[in-house]
Design a protein. Sequence first.
Lengths: 1006, 487
Amino acid sequence: MPSPRVILFPLVLATAAALSGAEPRVDFARDIRPLLAAHCYDCHGPEKTKGGLSLTSRSLAARGGESGAPALVPGQSAKSELIARLTTASDDDVMPQKAARLKPAEIALLSRWIDEGAVWPDNLTHWAYVAPVRPPIPAITDPPSAIANPIDAFVLAKLHAAGVSPSPAADRARWLRRVSLDLIGLPPTLAELAAFEADTTPGAHERVVDRLLASPHYGEKWARPWLDLARYADSHGFQRDDLRESWPYRDWVVRAMNADLPFDQFTLMQIAGDLLPRDPKSQSLDPLIATGFHRAAPTNVEAGTDQEEGRVNQVIDRVNTTATVWLGTTLECAQCHNHKYDPFTQRDYYRLFAYFNSTERETAFATAKATATLAFTGPFVSLPDAANDAQRAAITTRLKKNDDDLAAATEKLRTGLPAWETAARAALAAAPQSHALDVSAFESSAASPHRILEDQSVLLFDDVPDRDTYTVTARTTLAGITAFKLEALTDPSLPGNGPGRGDSARPNFVLNAFTVTATTSAGPAPVRLVRATQSFAQNGFPAANLLDAKNPKGWAISPQFGRDHWAVFELAEPLDARAGTTLVFTLAQNFGSGRTIGRFRLSAITGQAGAPPVPAEVAAALRTPPAARTAAQADALLAHVVAHDATIATLRQARRRTEQELAKLTGPRTLVMREVGEPRMTSVLKRGNFLDPGEHVAPGVPATLHPLAPGGAGNRLDLARWLVSRDNPLVARVTVNRWWQEFFGEGLVRTPEDFGVKGEPPTHPELLDWLAVEFMEGGWSMKKIHRLIALSATYQQSSRLTPALRARDDRNRLLARGPRFRLEAEAIRDNALAIAGLLSPKIGGPPVRPYQPPGLWDSKVGGDRVTYEVSPGEDAYRRGLYTIWKRASPYPSFVNFDASSRGACTVRRSRSNTPLQALTLLNDPVYVEAAAALAARIVRERPDAGVPARVTHAFRLCLTREPTAAERVTLEELFAQQNATHRDEQVAWQAVASALLNLDETITKN
Amino acid sequence: MHPREAHLRSVTRRTFLHNSGLGFGAVALNQLLARSLFAAAPSLPGPQTQNPRPQTPNSRPHFAPRAKRVIYLHMVGAPSQLDLFDHKPALAALDGQPCPDEFIKGKRFAFLRGHPRIAATKFSFARHGQSGAEISALLPHLAGVADEIALVRSVHTDEFNHAPAQLLLHTGFGRPGRPSGGSWVTYGLGSENADLPAYVVLQSGPLAGAGTQLWSAGFLPSVHQGVQFRTSGEPVLFLENPKGVAPSDRRQVLDAVRRLNETQLADAGDPEIATRIAQYELAFRMQASVPELMDISRESAATLALYGAEPGKPSFANNCLLARRLVERGVRMVQLYDADWDHHNNLATRLPAKCRDVDRGMAALIRDLKQRGLLDDTLVIWGGEFGRTPMAQSDTGNGTASNPGRDHHKDAYTMWLAGGGVKRGVSFGATDDLGYHITENPVHVHDLNATLLHLLGLDHERLTFRYQGRDYRLTDVHGKVVKGLLA
């Protein structure tokens, strides 16, 4: 029998705790199961039962393991083996055996729980894992004005129970602004306001909502939160944050929402559109385009990245994002270990991983020779581009004809080859010959990494400096050097294939100085160059510029990009290097903007300079009798003849021009998912480490949730169908909850990203379930649910926070008032542009670049050099949805208003309130311009009105309501002050406009 | 209350207003206006948020802090520890020889291929100060303050590519999306200055590879993001009034905005409006305080000379001086980035040039902080995102050609710390004879972050934020405080 002291002491404590209310009873689900899951279940859980012990139920725990001692004796922690093994001093017996000991507080909690009776509910299934059933609608009819549809009945039932009255309805103008901002993200026009105020017949609200739901701007507004979930952006992320083309996916989201594509279809297409059975009647690429959802994962193409690690990280991102978006579940914990709180195991995690593990790679070495530099690859689709189809066909025909002509011309040269050879051999003695110089050292002043290729050309890679000077050292023993030849060569690793480095659209270079020093035993001496010729020179930039040290212009090749070029520099006197001479070449390239040569080769020329040089291998072939020639020599000869034939040159030039025409006609492309032929094997990654694979797993879904439909192919399509199964307890709840959050600022579950044990329970569980069932049974229609919410009396309430409500429910958990919160980043700008009359209504298309302060993109380590050029015309005034999203440098005014950088899935942006927001609205040229345009609009639309009428008009444009007298007077005074100072009405109206655009109410939905 | 909600409450000041028992009249508003809204933070999740107390604008650390603020000097690209701080004479004997097999067996490198060769340092080392710290001749000024710093020669990380390693060091995670350490610090401690952001970023050279994500607030409210102060053009984006708008014009507009917002506050009762009003006032004050701060021309000639700073010529030295001015004004976290430390080749010429860029300024910073009594509670940290290999890298990948450099090395490198509760004049941790593996006191970058928070009085395991269903920390699920570094 234990000593009274041992018993009494905890009793006293427990009593004291109970009296003070400081320590509520231990709750198994909240307090104990997480501990067991975290510390015990690896060995005594659902998967393993070491020593015969399982701690997954009260009876199994009470039975104990092979030792025979009950792990659990309810009411008696001192007799419970569980506690004994946690606290023993014996290293052999102490638990956990393979992990850190529990903290004393945790052991105390377990003891207390046992002493309180070890309450262990049998049916522990968390509410969110039980499929929703449609609850009865509360029979509430009072007050009738507060019940527009079943949503209100659920809300009122709770309000009645709490003894709180709903708020009165907001006035019509406020409701119109609220519902317009919510459904299309734009404020109502004054004409729309007038129409609504004049429509006093029943159904006026319904007509407004239906008009908004049918607006093409509805999809724009609702795409925004979805694109946050999809972490959609226009660049790769990481160091090499180059731009990518995936905007057709963004446009598809807008289209799908406008068309009210049922959410189950919307899901199937995004998760597995590539695997859906093709509809033979449809040419639509939409199912493929939709798979851009998961191609939006960031891609690391920094040189030197482990590509497999990068790929695994992308798969992890896809699993986590899928779980967050469709299951409202944080699965990433299970990457390294069984989930501590929610019933998901590490094995569950990698079974889901297996579904995503077999898509094509998205990086590759940049060239066949590269060992570190990466290119962004992976599958894409080209979009149909009907407008240009006919033109494309015509060009293709021309190309074919051109190819035929080339083949004929080549054949003619081949037959004429013997005759040419006779003449060529005669001239060979004097003909110039080119000898590539062996590079013994290379230095770049900008320290660009380089590699010397087998053909003795030097290839520069990685980051492109603005300017660079190459110093090349080569040793030669040639006799009779009459000239040096510099070849600027293309390479697939260069932007636009080169030969310049700076710009994939215009891979030009500008060589500003070319000097040679020859060092013999007598010491160094400059080599004098007297004549220069080249394959091609840009207007005003002939290689001859380089002969004059004072001429800064140099040699350049625009617009003949994407092909090899050469320049030959003749020496004043032949150079005899037989005794061994070290040549040092300096190639200065000072133009800036990376106009440097990406790959080049230096050669010495012997023989009669000025004549077209005969390459060494051609000369060798000519000296070899035809019968004795190798195949390579024969090819070299023909290639040489072909290269110097005028007819062929003309034909080739024509072909290049035609190809360029065709390239310009290429339609847009977008990133898609595609399976590899043979699925990859998936293993559990120990502690999430891709270098430490454990047991193999097959694709599958978490055991806790509903089962997969039988007969699937074991691919992503199975998963997609499982996600939108009517049996899925989560997907409909999670989805309607996120929409609710958009309308009310907070979800019915206020942790919209976590429906698990640690998330918050719903404030209105029956309403959530009713909406979820209504959603699924209503054909997964988003618009139907939005219509219900927008027309509910709950949504129509005034948002005024009265002192009584503030005291009772300041967070509006009871929904006793309407929503009031700041607009999101894009909407703030859209709203200002709309008010100012600047907003372009254009829908869709490539991302646009509105004004941002200069220089933000120009200077960054790694990646293509992209200068931010403001889009021309209306594209500078498009909705924020279309603003280009560069992950390493997102649009700054959006960042200041809590936009995500889209590096990871975001369910809910923060909503902060900072001085940078004030500075943005006051000084960002976008808002300054909006204020100026609004000022002009006020005057334009009220040409003959006085100051009060103009103020009123401006006020209504911004806030969709009449100002109070005091509000009007404040702005009139501002006008008067400013007009007195500046004696310029436009300036004064601009001050008024700026004040209005900066009001809290203007950037708030209320 | 849910921790996240608790935090949002504090950010929006509801809690303050609520618990102060005030309505939204002039009294509450005036109190709000007197506070730093950048401070809007310090509700630490944990038991106390179950019953939130009135918020105070300034810090409420978990325990007594040793440092109140941090200056973090990040050398973008990763300097070579073997040529600056971790002297390995044994490399000289093996210079040009193939490296030991075990250096490459099963190892992954960014660029090294084949069997690379050992590269000895080309620079001399000497012992400095009473502590006798071995420092390269490339850093003569820093050597002069050797007794103030703690060299940590045993830092290691998990990532060997720039952007992931930068993200891991700054956010505790090698991929985008999480808050930076500076954001965590201001989330935990708030600001001490009513007119300036709590977290300021200064840059010399191009933007680091991972971009603005390095000072992003991630999923923390954007009030915690690092604010970049630019050394040319507008010091803060959108700080300056548009052309033709005088401060008096702006004041008139702001007065009208304020009156209208107050009307709205009285009508709608939303405390968010009170915050908005206060933020506009802070914005107005920033328009004066930031340019004043950025103007170093009024520093004494002696101070300018100490740093090698030149007004009007942006440089790392200027940024060091600005860092001092910032912490002097109570800015909590100052992060400096200096680019172009990624010396894969031509290390022999590029590294000395970079050292000349930073040496005087960073040594001056330590001296200046000390002479002003700020070093005791200001933590200075210097280092890159990883280290560099003892093997040479060059165009051929194996280090045989001319002008070699060194590849990325994640397993061992050096950083240094000074001030704010850190031991002075010590060398901590050690690597093997070839500087490849750590042999003593390994310090993972998570440990470094845990230590940084600890010095600020924050428990890295308790400084959490609930987001998308998980309690996140700067140190993820890792990190232990490096007790051996604590003074």
